[in-house]
Design a protein around this ligand. Sequence first.
Ligand SMILES: Cc1cc2nc3c(=O)[nH]c(=O)nc-3n(C[C@H](O)[C@H](O)[C@H](O)COP(=O)(O)OP(=O)(O)OC[C@H]3O[C@@H](n4cnc5c(N)ncnc54)[C@H](O)[C@@H]3O)c2cc1C
Length: 477
Amino acid sequence: MPKDTKPTLTPQITARLVEVVGTKAVSTSLSDLDFYSADALDRIRAFSAAHLLETMPDVVVTPESTDQVAAVVRIANEEKIPIVPYGAGTGVMGAAVSINGGIVLNMARMNRILDVSPDNMTATVQAGVILGDLDRELQRQGLMLGHDPWSVPIASVGGAIGTNGVGYRARKYGPMGKQVVALEVVLPNGSVIRTLPVAKVAGPSLKDLFPGAEGVFGVVTEATLRVFAQPEERQFRSYSFPSFEDGFAAVQELTRLGIRPALMDLSEEWGRGTDQNSNEAHEISLTLVFEGFSEGVAAESSRTQQVCIANNGEDQGEHPAQQHWEFRHQMAYRYKERLQRQSGRYRRERGWGQLMDYLHVSLPASQVVDFYRWSKDIIAERGLGLYEASIWGDSELFSLMFGDPSENDPTGQLPRTSDEILMKAQDLGGSMEYCHGVGVKLLHLMEREWGAGGQVMQALKGSLDPANIMNPGKLGL
Ligand SMILES: Cc1cc2nc3c(=O)[nH]c(=O)nc-3n(C[C@H](O)[C@H](O)[C@H](O)COP(=O)(O)OP(=O)(O)OC[C@H]3O[C@@H](n4cnc5c(N)ncnc54)[C@H](O)[C@@H]3O)c2cc1C
């Protein structure tokens, strides 16, 4: 939807919205418009997309039922007003930012847990439920969620589906999309579809159109998620390695053997300001958490010990992994506190306030070591500092955190280097982002990412949403 053709929200349209959801659920107050204008992407990290964060929605609508969502979407479709689903606004790529104004559909009141079925091993919830709230309820019933991102205490089920996020237990249970059994979705014309709540269906799986779609194909109103029994046993193991290559060889061998700890994090960390080409003052550690039935945990853990030692690993005991596990949600609690105090403008302008970037690319496993070496060299060549290189979950999922140690990047090397690294991943047959989505930050690389598949996506978008009202522009659609 080009900006100059953006329809305005007239008082008549606002009145129609009020009729559907009630006065209290429609807000045009400046403070609400400001709050819902931002997610967790700040201008500093948005780089060339920073200008897109300047935009504001025209109205915030907070429905409480699928019927209300459907009615609001029908109005948006008839009036050709952009509509952006907003989960908890913790996305770090700007996917929930209303770059064309219009309606923010705040899902916060759709926060009911509708059913927990220990027999089916599923939970059915409204999309605005916070992951941590759902997990707490499941724990009471001897169950747990498989999706466990850092942001578990603050992110919503709908947002985790919209971004197809990756969490701490992804090695064992997969990304969020893999845990979706069925969805109820309001399509851009306001009709409601429900996919079947079973493990496998005849024909292509319709529910798989929505994870990672950033709300462009419809609003997820309810989700049936796979849930898991709380483990009989949990074991923590930590190993250090003399090189990233040794650690990666161990990870590859675990993959070959089919060993799937819940958490697997191979991480090489440098203190800020240290020389990443020196072998000193930095650590390469493999953090593992095994969980499940006792005999399975014992067998996986003991074979892992052999694999790590055979690849020059040194056993560091339980403690580092246990600490990692216990503190894994701390950053989200800190963010939650800030969120309660900060306006949208503050989050957008100041955000984390650090001149750094973190990239999460997925690559054929055979390319990971060369890519790691290449990235390290290019970051050093550009005078930037590499803070962390890691494998999170699967051998194919490689992350980098780097920045300008002087914190001012006068020559703009950081955005250029980020793009170069992301394009290199694409050129090697990989994807530029496996964890956080595209949002506005990576829009400029999306055509490259899609390749010819982009035409298929455009055709799907065009037929489902001919007026282009659902989160228009996102994913480059
Ligand atoms: C401190 C911190 C730690 C984080 N750690 C992780 C991590 O470990 N792993 C990870 O994957 N991410 C992480 N994130 C990013 C973020 O939490 C995830 O992307 C999360 O899934 C977003 O959920 P949300 O509810 O905040 O979604 P939002 O940011 O509100 O929305 C994200 C996208 O989903 C769409 N959307 C939201 N609700 C719906 C719906 N009902 N129907 C259709 N589309 C919808 C939005 O339009 C938008 O495109 C972290 C963020 C922070 C701030």
